[in-house]
Design a protein around this ligand. Structure first.
Ligand SMILES: Nc1nc2c(ncn2[C@@H]2O[C@H](COP(=O)(O)OP(=O)(O)OP(=O)(O)O)[C@@H](O)[C@H]2O)c(=O)[nH]1
Ligand SMILES: [Mg+2]
Length: 237
């Protein structure tokens, strides 16, 4: 059992859109970490592949809740809906995590320890020593590195992994940010949240993780998301 200095309530927010083949393994691996007071909040956008029914199976065995939305409304608004529920339910640490097993549940404990050691926002980072990306082609690496370099220079970000969607926020960070003002989605959402957190002068700590490209299901990343990433960068500047 992982121990930390106080009774910490933890919520893991996981947006899902057609992730049926990943739910069982993801849920089992998260609860296999034996972390006290931990719950999952799935935000499912009426997936057509039965993801919602699969989640319902696990919600009988584990502390799993679901926010069901009527259709694909985007990852940014899914996270915001999850954040609001997690705050309303008095969670102290609030994670963002993908459903596609790119983020290893086994990395959750070290992120909790980093938060407990003083970080306001912990980033599961692929871009510091010890972090890596497994399974991407050269084009994907170049695109990702290029976009992150431009964003870091343009917005003066200190954090290396700007777009990581594997994060742990202390509740105070989410209380300080006006969530209703955030309209961005995809990678732009991660960029905007990071910018606002750094601007508040809060402590961001990166811990190395290995990101593994998805085996099951389809990527929802689109050209529109890449364009939005640069548009939001200009808006924030
Ligand atoms: N609720 C909801 N979840 C979404 C939506 N779009 C993506 N997701 C989920 O968000 C997570 C990240 O989406 P991915 O398609 O893996 O995108 P990515 O990780 O940025 O890109 P890849 O590296 O290609 O996998 C996954 O759990 C998706 O199921 C959406 O519109 N609504
Ligand atoms: Mg993914």
């Amino acid at each position: 059992m992982l121990s930390y200095s106080h009774m910490t309530k933890i919520a893991i927010i996981i947006p899902t859109y057609n992730e049926i083949d990943n739910i069982a393994s993801l849920t089992r691996r998260i609860f296999a970490q034996k972390i006290e007071n931990l719950m999952i909040i799935f935000v499912d956008d009426n997936s057509s592949d039965g993801t919602g029914d699969e989640i319902a199976v696990y919600s009988k065995q584990f502390p799993v809740e679901t926010i069901k939305r009527p259709g694909k409304l985007g990852i940014g608004s899914a996270y915001i809906a999850g954040f609001k529920k997690a705050l309303a339910e008095q969670n102290d640490l609030i994670f963002e995590m993908d459903a596609d097993l790119s983020h290893a549940p086994e990395d959750i404990p070290k992120m909790i320890i980093a938060a407990d050691s003083g970080a306001d926002l912990v980033i599961g980072s692929r871009k510091i020593s010890g972090g890596k990306i497994i399974g991407w082609n050269l084009r994907r690496h170049l695109m990702s590195n290029g976009a992150m370099l431009v964003a870091r220079l343009f917005l003066g970000l200190k954090t290396k992994d700007v777009t990581s969607g594997f994060r742990c926020y202390k509740k105070e960070v989410l209380e300080k940010i006006n969530l209703d003002k955030i309209k961005s989605n995809g990678y732009a959402f991660q960029e905007e949240m990071l910018f606002l957190t750094e601007k508040l002068g809060l402590k961001v700590v990166e811990v190395p993780v290995s990101f593994i490209d998805r085996k099951y299901g389809k990527s929802k990343l689109s050209g529109k998301d890449i364009l939005e990433f640069f548009k939001v960068m200009i808006k924030l500047h």
